[in-house]
Ligand binder design. Structure first.
Ligand SMILES: [Cu+2]
Length: 421
C-alpha cells in the first residue's frame, strides 16, 4: 500500500470527507471574497476560529476558489493574540511544516515559482495598509519577483501588544489569492501563536474541490468538545471537578449570599476550577528537576487563571465596546482577554519545554484531604479558608451540591451569560 492510499484510508476511517455541501463559502462582492474571523474562546482550551459566513461552527472547512482574492477580516476583538496563518499542513510552523510563502513551491506542484519568489502567499494588512513588498495579487499591488516580505513579520508581533494598543493599531486583515492551478490538495488556516487551532481549506475550481474525494493532509488531532458543565461555566476541563471531590476541600467560596442564583452558580464554577487547580498543583518530582517541578505546578496554576478569566468574561456582563476606553468594564475586559490569550500561549510553551526535556507531561500525585470528625463538627462559612474542611462523603451539604448544580445548570444554560467571544 502506498502512502497516499494509506492516508486516504486513514482519512476515511477518521472522519467523513467534506462534501461540497459541507464547505463554507465566503461572501463575495465583485472580485473580493470575505471571511470575517472571530475566535470562540469557549469552544476549546485556546478557543477556535469561527467565521461569520459559516455560522458558529468551530474551525469550519472553508472553500477558496483558485485565482480569486480572499480577505480574512481579523478586526473583531476576539482575534487578539490569534494572527491567522496559512499553511500546506495543519498548524504550519508549530509542526515544522511548510507554510504558504513566496519561496515555497506548493507540495507536488510543478511550478518554478520559487525561482522568482512568486509562489502563493498571504498578504498581511494593518489599518488597510499592506505591510509587505511581495505581491501575487494585482488587486493590492503589482505582482512582484524577488520579494519575500509578505508582511507577516510586521503583523504577528503586534498581536502580542497590550490589547488597547493592538486595537488602536488595527484593524488587521489577511488576504490570499491562491494561483497555482497544478496543486491538487487542501491547505490550512491556523493561529501563528497557539497550536491546535487549525482548520481546513478546500481549494476549488469552478466551485468543485480540486481534491474532491479526500481530506488530505489530515489534521492530526481531534478538537476539544466542551461538556455541558464547561459550556455553562465558560471553562475548559472542569467536568470531573464539581464538588464534592475527595481531593478538594468542601468549598473554596464561602458565604455566598442567598437570593442570587446567578452568583451562586458562578461561585460553583469557581469552586470547580479551584478544585481542578488544587489537584493539578499536587505533583511529584519524578524528573528530579526544579524546572520540571515549576512547570508541572505552573501549568495548572495558569489553567486556573484562564478558566477564571473565561468564566468572568462569559458571566460578568461587561459592557465595553472599545478596548481603548478606560472605563471600569473595559479595564476588566482587557485584563481578562490578556490573561486568557497570554497564559494559554505560556501553557503551550511550558508543555513544549516539558516535551523537549523529555519530562513527563504531568506528574500528578494524589493527596486526599482528611479531616478529623471534631474539626468537621462546627465549621462555618467565614474562617475555614480551606484548612478545616470536611471529607466530602461525610458532608451532607456538599453531597447535595452536585444534583442541585446539574439541574440548576440546565436551568440557567442559555439564560445567563451572553455569547461573548
Ligand atoms: Cu491563537
Amino acid at each position: 500500500m502506498n502512502v497516499s492510499t494509506l492516508f486516504f484510508l486513514l482519512a476515511f476511517a477518521c472522519g467523513s470527507i467534506a462534501l461540497a455541501d459541507d464547505i463554507c463559502m465566503a461572501n463575495c462582492d465583485g472580485d473580493v471574497c470575505k471571511f470575517t474571523a472571530k475566535v470562540n474562546l469557549y469552544a476549546g482550551e485556546t478557543g477556535y476560529y469561527t467565521f461569520d459566513e459559516c455560522g458558529d461552527t468551530s474551525n469550519p472547512t472553508i472553500g477558496m476558489e483558485i485565482g480569486k482574492t480572499y480577505v480574512f477580516d481579523q478586526s473583531h476583538v476576539s482575534n487578539y493574540y490569534h494572527p491567522l496563518g496559512l499553511a500546506y499542513f495543519a498548524d504550519g510552523a508549530h509542526d515544522d511544516v511548510d507554510e504558504l510563502e513566496p519561496g515555497i513551491v506548493p507540495p507536488g506542484s510543478d511550478s518554478a515559482c520559487s525561482d522568482f519568489m512568486s509562489c502563493p502567499a498571504p498578504m498581511y494588512f494593518q489599518a488597510g495598509e499592506y505591510l509587505g513588498t511581495y505581491s501575487n495579487d494585482a488587486m493590492f499591488a503589482n505582482a512582484t519577483e524577488g520579494e519575500d516580505d509578505f508582511g507577516l513579520d510586521h503583523y504577528e508581533p503586534q498581536f502580542f501588544y497590550p490589547l488597547p494598543d493592538w486595537t488602536e493599531r488595527g484593524p488587521f486583515s489577511v488576504s490570499l489569492m491562491f494561483d497555482d492551478e497544478s496543486f491538487g490538495s487542501d491547505i490550512f488556516y491556523f493561529c501563528h501563536i497557539h497550536q491546535f487551532m487549525t482548520g481546513r481549506i478546500k481549494l476549488l475550481k469552478d466551485g468543485e474541490p480540486v481534491q474532491p474525494n479526500a481530506n488530505l493532509p489530515a489534521i492530526p488531532y481531534e478538537y476539544d468538545k466542551p461538556g455541558q458543565y464547561d459550556k455553562f461555566c465558560g471553562t475548559h476541563g472542569l467536568g470531573d471537578f464539581q464538588l464534592p471531590n475527595k481531593q478538594c476541600p468542601e468549598k473554596f467560596v464561602c458565604g455566598v449570599p442567598e437570593g442570587n442564583p446567578e452568583l451562586s452558580l458562578f461561585a460553583s464554577c469557581i469552586d470547580s476550577m479551584d478544585c481542578h487547580m488544587v489537584q493539578g498543583m499536587t505533583t511529584g518530582v519524578k524528573a528530579n528537576s526544579a524546572t520540571a517541578l515549576f512547570l508541572h505546578q505552573m501549568i495548572p496554576h495558569h489553567q486556573n487563571a484562564v478558566n477564571m478569566a473565561k468564566a468572568l468574561l462569559k458571566h460578568g456582563h461587561l459592557d465595553c465596546a472599545n478596548m481603548e476606553d478606560e472605563t471600569d468594564d473595559c479595564t476588566m475586559e482587557v485584563i481578562l482577554r490578556e490573561i486568557i490569550n497570554n497564559q494559554n500561549k505560556q501553557i503551550q510553551d511550558m508543555r513544549g519545554l516539558l516535551e523537549s526535556h523529555g519530562w513527563p507531561e504531568t506528574d500528578d500525585c494524589k493527596v486526599d484531604i482528611f479531616v478529623s470528625k471534631d474539626d468537621h463538627s462546627d465549621h462555618d462559612d467565614h474562617d475555614d479558608h480551606g484548612v478545616s474542611v470536611a471529607a466530602p462523603e461525610n458532608s451532607g451539604t456538599s453531597a447535595s451540591t452536585k444534583p442541585f448544580l446539574a439541574s440548576a445548570t440546565l436551568l440557567f444554560v442559555g439564560a445567563l451569560g451572553s455569547t461573548v467571544f
